[in-house]
Design a protein around this ligand. Structure first.
Ligand code: RTP
Ligand code: MG
Length: 323
């Protein structure tokens, strides 16, 4: 029988101001989709090929666009789909520590190359008290004071990552805790490449499912408006939005022109540090911004997220505006 993945999906209908519920079917063989209206028990979209949806977008919690409708996948529609797509999917909290902030692009590249998806991201500067709360398991350790001083010494970028066995996968990418050991034992690891010593070691990764849940909640609390605040200042800055199709091309200071299809690559002017970063889901980006997506890109169909970087001062070569 042909492979088929089923999901329960929600779409907020702004004109009726209600949440509509669909069964979404995806056929990987030809990349086609089919939708059923659950409440009215009828076909909503006949099986149609649709290039904007890919298997890696399909997991519970994901926001996908199907013919300009942004759908949230809220449940697996059958056991087969849950087993096939959901069994090994994990979430973890990754952090770029203050010493490696200038290597954010390289670290994003590493994450992308390992097939881990960035679900949420936030640049923030932790207070001493927040850093102490985050690392409370190490309160009694001799290095605790050094650790929290370091972790609150400058901005960090916290990310929720998702992927197959994401917790272990990200910790393997980080390498051994001590950067010197990492350079001996795992030369390609993040800590070997960008870490300094045993404390200033470039990155953090949750060590278990329980700590991942706690740490994701710490940075991205379910109650809106809580948690460490973003570093965006909104003054003397410009906003640079990297389109979703180019997200994988984010380099140390913007987007590298590496692939032919990224024809309008962005390079932030040298010496202009990125001062804030956050991942915005498409629906949070207001209508005027959407127009910017449409140059040469099929509008919306491949768009899931944009990475918004505020750069201190100056312009950006693609477009700029204040938020
Ligand atoms: P992390 O929690 O940051 O992902 O690192 P980890 O699991 O590899 O290491 P862990 O034992 O949890 O330590 C947390 C962080 O404390 C700093 N540290 N300094 N002897 C030292 O000076 C020392 N040992 C640990 C590191 O920043 C380590 O990542
Ligand atoms: Mg740890």
């Amino acid at each position: 029988m042909e492979d088929r993945y089923a999901f329960l999906a929600e779409w907020y209908d702004p004109s009726a101001t209600l949440l509509r519920c669909y069964q979404l079917l995806y056929y990987p063989k030809d990349g086609s989709v089919e939708m059923f209206d659950v409440k009215n028990q009828r076909v909503f979209l006949r099986r149609t090929r649709y290039e904007g949806l890919h298997q890696q977008d399909l997991f519970v919690g994901s926001l996908v666009n199907v013919f300009s409708r942004q759908l949230k996948l809220v449940e697996y529609g059958d056991q087969y789909t849950a087993n096939k797509l959901g069994s090994k999917k994990e979430r973890t909290l990754a952090m770029v520590k203050p010493d490696a902030l200038s290597r954010l692009g390289d670290i994003l590249e590493t994450i992308h190359a390992a097939n881990l998806i960035v679900i949420k991201a936030k640049m923030t500067t932790l207070t001493l008290s927040q850093a102490s709360d985050f690392y409370m398991e190490h309160q009694s350790k001799p290095f605790f004071s050094n650790l929290v001083q370091f972790m609150s010494s400058g901005p960090v970028v916290a990310m929720e990552l998702m992927g197959d066995e994401a917790i272990g996968a990200w910790r393997r990418l980080l390498g051994p805790t001590d950067s010197a050991t990492a350079r001996q034992e795992a030369q390609d690891s993040v800590r070997a490449r960008f870490g300094t010593d045993g404390t200033q070691n470039a990155g953090h990764g949750s060590d278990s499912v329980a700590s991942a849940a706690r740490e994701v909640e710490f940075f991205f609390p379910s109650t809106a408006g809580h948690g460490p605040s973003n570093t965006a200042k909104y003054t003397e800055c410009t906003c640079c939005i990297i389109k979703p199709h180019a997200l994988s091309q984010v380099g140390p200071c913007g987007v590298r022109r590496r692939r032919r299809d990224v024809s309008r690559g962005v390079r932030l002017p040298a010496g202009r540090p990125v001062t804030a970063a956050a991942l915005y889901i498409q629906s949070f980006i207001s209508e005027p911004w959407r127009i910017l997506w449409e140059d040469g890109q099929p509008p919306f169909c491949v768009i899931r997220m944009g990475l918004v970087l505020h750069s201190g001062g100056g312009g950006c070569s693609m477009f700029s505006s204040t938020l």
